[in-house]
Design a protein around this ligand. Sequence first.
Ligand code: 26Q
Length: 841
Amino acid sequence: WKSLSLTPYWSTSPEFQKDFIRHVETSLAHSALLGVRGVDIWTAYFATSLALRDRLILHWNMTQQAHTRVDRKRVYYLSLEFLLGRTLSSTLTNLHLQPLLAKALADLGLDLAQLGDAEPDAALGNGGLGRLAACFLDSLATLNYPAWGYGVRYDYGIFRQEIGGEGEQVEVAEGWLSSGYPWEVRREDVRVLVRFGGWVEDVGAEEREREEMSKEARRWVGGEEVWAVAYDVPIPGYVPTEGNHPNHTTNNLRLWSAKPAIEFDFQRFNRGEYEESVRDAQRAGTISAVLYPNDNVYVGKELRLKQQYFWIRASLYDILRRFRKTERGWGELPRQVAIQLNDTHPTLAVPELLRVLVDEEGMAYEEAWPLVVGVFAHTNHTVLPEALERWEVGMIQRLLPRHMELIYLINWHFLSDVSKKFPDDRELLGRVSIIEEGHVKMVRMAHLAVVGSHKVNGVAELHSDLITKTIFKDFVRVFGRDRFLNVTNGITPRRWLYQANPGLTALIQSKIGTKFLTDLTALHELGQYATDKEFGKRWREVKYRNKQRLAAHVLEVSGIALNCDALWDVQVKRIHEYKRQTLNIYGVVSRWLRLRAMSPAEKRNVVPRVCIFGGKAAPGYRMAKLIIKFINAVARVVNADPEVEGLLQVVFVPDYNVSKAELIIPANDISEHISTAGTEASGTSNMKFVLNGGLIIGTVDGANVEIVREIGEENIFLFGNLAEDVEDLRFAHRYGKVRMDPGLEVVVREIEKGTFGDGREFGELVEAVRGDRDHYLISDDFGAYLHAQDLVDEAYRDQAGWTQKCITAVSKMGFFSSDRSIREYAEKIWEVEPVDVNDGV
Ligand code: 26Q
């Protein structure tokens, strides 16, 4: 028997069409007797995707076979969020099938681009952290690392955002699975029982002896059980066009869905208690029902904790089952398995692995603990205090009684070590303890993650440095500097250049070929064209067409016709006070007031501007929702003002998500990354915007610092106070020593006058920039921000000069590929090596 995957597959149109029609007729039960011209877009999209999935599954099988055969160390990326976006176009990209399928479908009277637009985003995440996980999956497969992602298959991902009549955010449930999802494979046979509640029992002396269990072993019983059922999404790597030895690595993203362990209570049903008989079954399903829509803020809800354990239990069980099959001794676990904890959300994996080793495998604590630490590594994505995960001890005790015991045990061992090392520092123990003592005792998940991991990384240099000086300062003393490192984030150029920006890709390709898709540093060859007049002209034409593409969308959803000759200024990201969309919109109001005060002659000298906003607010975050409403209020006034017609437009693009990002980012001239210094861990859209031929206006924060180092100071507009000054400034605010920036005062007065609607409604916004309430230092940075914006206008006046900056910047963005990030993780943290999947055959 020879694997099907070795047979040639779709080298001609008819070969693909045959599979396509088969899926239309059989999988989807549509008649194609009269040809497929009549099938609806959705059916055509679905059949195309199923045909592609068939192929991916063959590559997937071959890959898994090879990984099993070579039996080398595997990486597991545990993340509660994977913001995959659409998969049809990325699959076509990575497999180079776009031209073949476009033609094959066109011959059937179907438009591939139109089919692609029918696909809903897989939006199983909030923002940066979730999209980072998706870029990492793409790079892991492209670089041929044997890697799996593990997550939750939420029935409802992030909500869809609509804008109501008052300019307010309206959340709509997005049932992305309701019409079926063609990219997943349900694995009926892969399921894990997950326990909640119950109690802990001693293991009898007799059994302890017989099973050779250590003195620490205990048994967790009782409570309720839920099934975790696996759904697999194949993740194909990008296959380089060069070389005659294509490596079709197709890794796996395994998502868990909750199913009741007891389907139905017949006894209750027979007693006539119909509703009660199905209630428990329904409750089980709620565990994977919905993604928590909070970004960078912690909520201590019990269901969230259940989601975390549900996913951790199933994933670890699955990982250990795979390890057991190799028949190696447990001592080899860290040599065969690396598990990355994406933020603190998967930290329960630490006590869970310990529980399995001690309670089920009979190991002593001293033997098990080094294995745990050897397996795990942890990524921190934030220093914001409101985002640090802390769970009530009582809640963990109730839901996971054995884990709570083990957390205490881990803490006891840890604190004993600390007090041996620092016998005279009593306060240190309280500061580093995993348990926070107080009125309500809490478990500090970040501390547990650091104690349970051999490496801890931040996501940009500034951020990684900051965490060793703030939240993890004491841990550097305890564990040494070596446990901490930086791995700067990156983005996949396959999605964020090739797919999102075909125009720019073609232009770049015409000069330097396609090597940059697998080695982004190859972009440096573009540098020589920075001053090439003809190249610059074509560069601007591409930008113009990308603006037209976005303008068409904005016209459709908002009825606003944008000026494509203006400078397009974009800020799209989750709405958060620390990201300071307010700084931007107050700047817009200031610009509007200045324009209105100009004479016609002065106006003729103005660089026209289009200000684009977008982003979701967490449904429970009042201030963030108010910011959206205010941006829309300003937009309404400005866009209707004849005095600034053609010179200033403001638009809020609803429902910012991955596929909107692919549309918006290529159209930017400048993008705003203006968080209060020291608050944005990295940012990743900053990288996407520059890679797509725009410049940045930004603060000295997150990855902006490394971007300026790479592309040069003359190609970026940095402004504002530095991270090291923030503490002193806040102190000064508290003691009433600062007066509001005069430019900001003018803006505030205009808002209070009621120019943008009820002055009282927006009063809360204004209050947040007064004196000691100005926690994010809007007032302190306002003058510098306006000045930087003036420099932007000045630079844009010189179109050739501007283009030169953009081309130079793109040519120096090679560092920010997620391929580079992943290689760093592989070498410095995981110690894994790529596998040639052809070895499995
Ligand atoms: C925690 C507990 C309960 C409910 C929700 C959460 C939660 C969910 C999501 C906490 C945080 C997040 C997301 C954080 C996030 O996206 N952080 C961003 O990560 C990016 C990738 O590293 C960085 O570029 C951004 O700077 C950082 O803000």
